[in-house]
Structures are given as C-alpha cells and as structure tokens.
Design a protein around this ligand. Structure first.
Ligand code: MG
Length: 175
C-alpha cells in the first residue's frame, strides 16, 4: 500500500486530541487577548479566536501538537523507555525538548512570537496554570508549552496584521 497523507484527517485528529486533553480553543483565545490587549485596546475575543484557528490550520503546527500530546499520553501510560519516562512524567526542568518542539509553532508567524512565548510561560495565566498543576496522574509536560506556543503565534499574527492595516491607512491618508 502506498502511503498517502490525508490533510483533513490530520487537522481533525489534532482538534479531537486537543479536546480530549481538556484544551478549549476559547481558553487559548483568552491567552491571546491577555498578551495583546495592552497593545490593541479594541481587540475582541472573537478576533483572537479567529487567529487561533488560523494557527491551528497550519500543518507544521498540527504535527507539533500531535507529537507532543502523544508523548504526554505515553508518559501517563508509563510506556516510554525508562530514562525518558521519568523525565517527561516528572516534567524535569532540564529536559527542554517540550519547549524546543513548541518553537516550531511559535515560528510560524516570525520571531516576535518568541517574546510572547517566554512571557506567557512565565506568567502562566488561565489554562496554563491549570495545565501546570501536578496531580501525580495527568501529564502535560508537552501540552502546556504547545498551548502557550499557539497563543504566542496567534498573537504575532495579530501584531503583523495590525501593522499592515496601519500602513495601508497611512497610504490612504497620504502619509
Ligand atoms: Mg513543559
């Protein structure tokens, strides 16, 4: 059998896995609003959600989400090889591959995503706080970074679009 990639299936699986892992898209939209509200006071949650959807529609983003969630789930089930199992299960601070994987999401709208990603990881508002609570059972070692990265990328997209709009307005106004 020849391998053939089904893009719609990957997109649907990504949405389904996020839901199953307790991530509500609205909560990611709220993170975006948290990151951008001071810069763009008129920004609405709907605009943030639209931006989140655009980020989620990208293939490299879906790939990172599926990979990260898979590792979290395997760690919950105790199915990883011992050294990795311990580190991912305990969200070991020196592990770092969770952040690195998430950078492939942060990257999709350019480097301004990095600042947002670092900031939101430090502040841990809303859903990020919940994902970071350890109960000795659920593993969100990858998911917390993934969610922060989606919010950071969606924020970058908004910042780029606002700038583009501003420049168009200046052209129309003649300076
Ligand atoms: Mg993490």
């Amino acid at each position: 059998m020849t391998y053939s990639l089904n893009s719609r299936k990957v997109a649907e699986t990504t949405a389904e896995w996020l839901r199953q892992r307790g991530v509500d898209k609205r909560e990611i939209g709220e993170l975006v609003l948290f990151l951008q509200k001071d810069y763009f006071p008129g920004l609405t949650l709907e605009e943030c959600l639209e931006s989140v959807d655009r980020v989620l529609s990208k293939r490299e983003v879906q790939n990172a989400i599926l990979t990260g969630i898979q590792l979290d789930v395997l760690a919950e089930e105790g199915k990883l090889l011992p050294a990795l199992q311990e580190m991912i299960f305990n969200d070991e601070g020196l592990y770092g591959c969770d952040e690195i994987l998430s950078l492939s999401i942060v990257n999709v709208y350019g480097s301004i995503g990095y600042t947002n990603f670092g900031y939101i990881d430090k502040m841990k508002p809303g859903i990020l706080k919940r994902l970071n609570e350890k109960n000795g059972k659920d593993v969100h070692t990858f998911l917390d970074d993934i969610v922060g990265a989606i919010a950071a990328a969606a924020s970058s997209r908004i910042a780029h679009r606002m700038q583009a709009e501003r420049e168009t307005d200046e052209l129309v106004d003649g300076g």
